[in-house]
Write a new protein. Structure first.
Lengths: 103, 195
């Protein structure tokens, strides 16, 4: 017996919730961005696994993965530009310090 | 009975999950970035394992070569990378762990019950030839429109990054520092005086 869909789904779901845990506990913007990258990667694994094991007559899961990777790259670049700009204004990248618009 | 393929899968899974866990709990930000790198390389290995070589190559190029390097640069720009980060508050860590652990158990139990029915149609190889043909095809199942939209998105993101991160020198900044504003001497002259 080889590796089935369930094994890969286990990995991707575990990775998703690791990312969620990091996103909830971290207060540093760059590490929160890393958690988002983990979440996006777990979704990519899901798409590839479903495409491989259930819909091997199509390539749609693969295209979704390509587009998610592209958008993740754009998102990371914009997020880091925002973080660097915030660091210039607040001298900190802690999420608790950026509370000007909160009150 | 474990054959080589199964062993390779478990090694990859351990690399992915171990890298992910260490990346979210490590208190040194630079180490967290390096653990994230290992996790992403493990995911690229998983794509190789599933025979999706093109996606694996894209994963290595974009994530490992692009995003992680970008994150490491931003760590150097904004952080003292040797300093430890604050520990999360115990209550927050505990409840986050409980929430994610129960959500994980719930999702796994739902998936175990679900019956997945694979297609019986002939397999399409995920070769670069097939991918390129369908990606740029304008027929019913082509992806030319999202391809073009995503290229516009990348352009917009690039311009947006430059606009956000560009350093604007405010005249107020000099006043705050106590420097007097330097008024150009020829300010009274009309703008088109030199014409």
């Amino acid at each position: 017996m080889g590796i089935g869909l369930l094994h890969i789904l286990f990995v991707s779901i575990a990775l998703f919730f690791i990312g969620v845990y990091g996103f909830l506990t971290r207060r540093n913007m760059i590490t929160m961005l890393m958690s988002i990258e983990l979440i996006l990667n777990s979704i990519n694994i899901n798409f590839i696994a479903f495409n491989k094991f259930l819909y091997s007559d199509k390539l749609d899961g693969l295209f979704f993965t390509v587009f998610i990777i592209t958008i993740a790259a754009a998102e990371a670049a914009v997020a880091i530009a925002i973080i660097i700009n915030l660091y210039r204004n607040y001298k900190s990248i802690d999420i608790e310090d950026a509370d000007t618009m909160k009150y | 009975m474990m054959n080589a393929s199964t062993v390779i899968f478990y090694i990859l899974a351990a690399l992915i999950l171990g890298g992910g866990i260490l990346s979210v709990i490590s208190r040194k930000i630079f180490r967290a970035a390096i653990y994230l790198l290992f996790s992403l390389i493990g995911i690229a290995g998983l794509y190789f394992y599933l025979n999706y070589e093109f996606i694996a190559a894209v994963q290595v190029i974009v994530y490992v070569g692009g995003i992680v390097v970008l994150i490491i640069f931003s760590v150097f720009l904004t952080h003292e990378s040797g300093r430890d980060m604050k520990k999360p508050a115990l209550v927050r860590a505990l409840f986050s762990f409980l929430a994610t652990a129960f959500a994980f158990a719930l999702t796994m139990s739902l998936i175990k019950k679900q019956e997945f029915i694979p297609t019986l149609n002939a397999t399409v190889e995920p070769s670069v030839n097939n991918i390129g043909t369908q990606m740029l095809s304008t027929t019913q199942f082509g992806y030319i429109l999202p391809f073009e939209v995503v290229s516009m998105l990348l352009l917009a993101a690039m311009i947006g990054c430059i606009v956000i991160a560009i350093k604007v020198k405010h005249p107020d900044e000099d006043m705050l520092k106590g420097n007097e504003l330097k008024v150009p001497e020829d300010i009274d002259e009309p703008l088109n005086a030199s014409l």
